[in-house]
Every structure is written in C-alpha cells, then in structure tokens.
Design a protein around this ligand. Structure first.
Ligand SMILES: [Zn+2]
Length: 74
C-alpha cells in the first residue's frame, strides 16, 4: 500500500552542504516526485527506483536527483 506522506507531513527544503542529511524528521524528495524517509524502517522506494529504503537505511542511486526535506506533522 502506498501512502502519500504529503498528507501527513508538511515538508520544507533543508539547507545542507556535503552529503545528504539523515534523521528522523528528514525525508528525500526524488525528482520523480516521491518522498521517502531518510531512515525508513519499512520497505520504501520511490517510483523511479532512485531511492530505496529499509531497516533504517536508505540507498540512493543518483544523489543529485534528490532534495532533502524536513517533515513536520500537520
Ligand atoms: Zn524517484
């Protein structure tokens, strides 16, 4: 089942330098439009397959296609 995280969280772009930040309130928006938690414990993947997560870790094939966002519960 697919959940649109935008219905649960309000996302704001994050300032960052160097590697992508990770954290409980950090999410990655892929260029395909999907959002995946940076510390996903459930299996998650964006629809283009660039971002895949499970067991608290996320793998990104092309980091330049990903924007980190901070998510706050609505
Ligand atoms: Zn994608």
């Amino acid at each position: 089942m697919k959940i649109d995280l935008r219905t649960i969280y309000r996302f704001q772009p994050m300032e960052y330098s160097g590697g992508l930040p990770t954290g409980g309130d950090v999410y990655y928006e892929c260029e395909c439009g999907d959002i995946v938690s940076s510390v996903s414990f459930v299996k998650a993947a964006c629809k283009c397959g660039n971002v895949t997560g499970a067991q608290g870790a996320v793998t990104i094939q092309s980091p330049e296609k990903v924007k980190p966002l901070r998510g706050k519960l609505r």
